[in-house]
Design a protein. Structure first.
Lengths: 161, 253
């Protein structure tokens, strides 16, 4: 009787650990947990709720498949995967660790809060705040193209969404 | 289907078809836009719209309840069964015409989605809350280009005036009410299409003023898309878009 809840807790914790190692297919430096794509893992570890970032993001299907494969590989193939749209995903859900990893990967992370969206990002290479937007649309739906006026390097910025 | 479900099905289909057809049109620019940034932008817009179409057509299929999913609705219907507005099926023309079309569509769609965020239908509200963020981005992109072209060179100005004039005939249809919308407005599912016109006009005038452009002279609008009466252009678009799943019905993604 007293052992059951621990086992259930373990299951949810295991799922969490497995998903923390599932990379985003476009930006492998960050995991689906870092990006806030995994919205909820139920306490008993029976189901996982995920959310798409951009509705047209081609990575959505790949992400879902990677999650399924990772869970099945760990003997957790019976976990139910639920996709939920509402409330819509926002970059505010990217974790602090996720932001650090993006920066280390060379992508300027979105501001900590969407209320700061108007502010220019620091250049991920030299740290200068003298940056400018080149194109609001970049290599993936989630990124915009920026340039540093000090070191002259172009860089991707994760859009505030 | 009860009449209420039938109206909801038709409505989701319209919204989905608008997104799908415009997404396909914008995809035609891929690889040949005036510059790399614009190429990326138009492809991104197309992706957003096709993503929205996936949700909307998927929901339409669910409401209909006879086993058609989003892909079936997209790839296995003929021209007469498409319910998109006429504006989105118009050929891309030159860059100015694509931008004018996008500007008018995104401006209308933004108001519509804002209304749908408060829909009594939880699924439509959920899709709208997601799509509105993307649509605001599309509108900003198109508005900035309207200003750049209108207040640009003699050539760009002449072209965008032409473009706006061409697209203008398809604007009235966007605000058209019919029994489908009437039933859904009464149920709090959809915003009243006619009520979206005044805020549309106000924002339109603001952008046009900045672009040093004028609203085209009003003329009788061309309508009929919602009832399946399309221009010849839609059939050509579908023949390309639907070719693969029709030629190879067993193909899977």
């Amino acid at each position: 009787m007293s052992r059951a809840p621990t086992a259930l807790l373990d299951r949810a914790a295991r799922i969490r650990a497995i998903l923390a190692a599932v990379p985003d297919p476009e930006i492998p430096a960050v995991s689906v947990m870092d990006l806030g794509i995994v919205r909820d893992i139920d306490p008993e570890g029976r189901s996982v709720v995920i959310t798409p970032t951009y509705t047209g993001c081609p990575a959505t299907a790949v992400i879902e498949r990677s999650i399924r494969e990772a869970l099945a590989g760990a003997g957790l193939g019976d976990v139910r995967l639920v996709s939920r749209l509402d409330p819509p995903w926002t970059t505010d859900w990217i974790t602090v660790e996720g932001r650090d990893k993006l920066l280390a990967w060379g992508i300027a992370p979105p501001p900590a809060s969407s209320r700061l969206k108007g502010e220019a990002p620091a250049c991920p290479r030299c740290g200068s705040l003298e940056t400018e937007e080149v194109s609001r649309f970049g290599s993936t739906p989630c990124k915009a193209l920026w340039r540093c006026r000090d070191c002259a390097e172009p860089f991707d910025r994760f859009k505030c969404h | 289907m009860t009449p209420d479900r039938e109206a909801l099905f038709r409505y989701a289909l319209r919204l989905g078809d608008d997104s799908l057809v415009l997404g396909q049109r914008l995809g035609e620019w891929c690889g040949k836009a005036p510059m790399l940034e614009v190429d990326l932008a138009l492809a991104n817009l197309a992706l957003d719209l096709i993503g929205q179409a996936t949700h909307l057509l998927g929901y339409a299929g669910e409401v209909e309840g006879v086993g058609r999913d989003g892909d079936t609705l997209a790839f296995h219907r003929d021209v007469l069964d498409f319910a998109n507005c006429l504006l989105v099926e118009q050929p891309n023309g030159d860059f100015a015409r694509t931008i004018a079309r996008q500007f008018l569509f995104s401006l209308w769609r933004k108001g519509l989605l804002e209304g749908l965020c408060a829909s009594t239908d939880a699924t439509l509200a959920g899709i709208a809350k997601k799509a509105i963020k993307e649509t605001r981005y599309h509108l900003r992109f198109a508005s900035e280009w309207m200003v750049r072209l209108g207040d640009g060179t003699d050539e760009s100005r002449a072209r965008v005036i032409d473009a706006l004039d061409w697209c203008w005939r398809f604007v009235d249809e966007l605000f058209e009410a019919d029994p489908v919308t009437a039933a859904l407005v009464a149920a709090g599912v959809a915003p009243d299409p006619a009520a979206l016109r005044a805020p549309f006009d106000a924002e339109l005038d603001t952008v046009l003023a900045e672009a040093t452009l004028e609203r085209p002279a009003s003329r009788r609008g061309v309508v009929g898309g919602r009832a399946g009466h399309h221009s010849e252009h839609l059939g050509h678009l579908l023949s390309e878009m639907q070719f693969l799943p029709r030629a190879y019905p067993d193909a899977v993604w």
